[in-house]
Design a protein around this ligand. Structure first.
Ligand code: NCD
Length: 319
């Protein structure tokens, strides 16, 4: 990769999309583009983070996010440590803050955290000296997912502004939906939420989005269809009558997709529940589905975030 003057990104942490300015989002997306190309080469290794230590602290399950942060760190030359709740002293009763302070004492440069509590990443960022990246906190935010979704859309459509994006399914429990709503509206896209009333947050009406309960009306002429997983693990009680009925009304199949624009792109953050929120035929349609591309973009976006955030860390620590 050729040496270019790096655009500046003014923050040390990435805790959410809410509050980021459109030009800050653009800086992260533009830098990610360079890494997409780099990741398609045989030699993917850079030394931008050489000497730096990245700790992945995952208190919830993850395939894509954890692996891509690990790859992103390694491709930039950092030392990467992966920790999951089952392997930490949290299982012995240590609090999140005590765990974080213990790790902080080992002088990591970046802590990537996923936790079931909304606000966990923010809390951690107030206690440690390194950069903190939120890899998903409860139903609050998942900023790198929204960035990789935006990068996927921008590469396919050339822009974000003016597009109509339907975010469909379990919006209530989805940090992916929340981060995407903030990002897409900030960048001038129009967002529709399509869900049964039980799976929409009370605050949905104040989010600057259109609300639909009927999938066919909600998908009418949209550019992008973003499906969400039914997050059964976050539900106490019954939010949908049955999975079969849910698929009938809200599962994306070819018949419902036909209401969107003829070239509308289908997206899903994964993990997918085939036959619950999305039909296999649609998910695997190489002409319509960008689901695998989203995963590819995830590594590039996380490399850009790691690079730009760590530029705010001191090179020499005096304390
Ligand atoms: C999402 C998450 O964990 O919030 N997955 C992901 O990071 N790709 C969505 C989900 O779990 O449904």
């Amino acid at each position: 990769m050729t040496a270019v003057a790096l655009p500046t990104y003014p923050h040390r942490h990435l805790l959410g999309i809410e509050g980021l300015k459109p030009d800050e989002i653009t800086v992260l997306l533009d830098r990610s583009e360079a890494y997409v190309e780099q990741n398609r080469q045989i030699d993917k290794k850079q030394n931008v983070l050489r000497g730096r230590t990245l700790i992945n602290l995952f208190f919830e399950n993850s395939t894509r996010t954890r692996t891509s942060f690990e790859l992103a760190g390694k491709r930039l030359g950092a030392d990467v440590i992966n920790m999951s709740e089952s392997g930490t002293s949290v299982k012995k009763g240590e609090t999140l803050i005590d765990t974080a302070m213990t790790l902080n004492a080992m002088r990591p440069d970046v802590l990537v955290i996923r936790h079931s509590a909304s606000g966990a990443a923010e809390l951690l960022s107030q206690k440690v000296d390194c950069s903190v990246i939120n890899a998903g906190d409860g139903s609050h935010e998942h900023p790198t997912q929204a960035l990789l979704d935006a990068l996927t859309i921008r590469r396919r459509r050339g822009r974000l502004a003016g597009l109509v994006v339907a975010i469909c399914g379990d919006v209530l429990h989805s940090r992916v939906a929340r981060s995407n709503i903030h990002l897409l509206t900030a960048m001038g896209a129009r967002v529709r939420l399509v869900a049964p009333p039980t799976l929409l947050p009370a605050s949905a009406a104040e989010m600057g989005v259109e609300i639909h309960h009927d999938m066919r009306k909600g998908l009418k002429d949209v550019d992008i269809v973003m499906m969400l997983r039914l997050q059964l693990e976050r539900m106490q009680g019954s939010f949908v009558p049955s999975v079969r009925e849910y698929f009938h009304f809200y599962g994306l199949d070819a018949e419902k997709l036909a209401f969107a624009k003829p070239d509308a792109l289908v997206m899903h953050p994964g993990p997918m529940n085939r036959g619950v929120e999305i039909d296999t035929e649609v998910a695997d349609d190489i002409h319509r589905s960008a689901i695998r591309e989203q995963v590819e973009m995830g590594v590039a976006v996380r490399m850009a975030c790691l690079e730009l955030l760590t530029r705010h860390l001191p090179n020499i620590r005096t304390t």
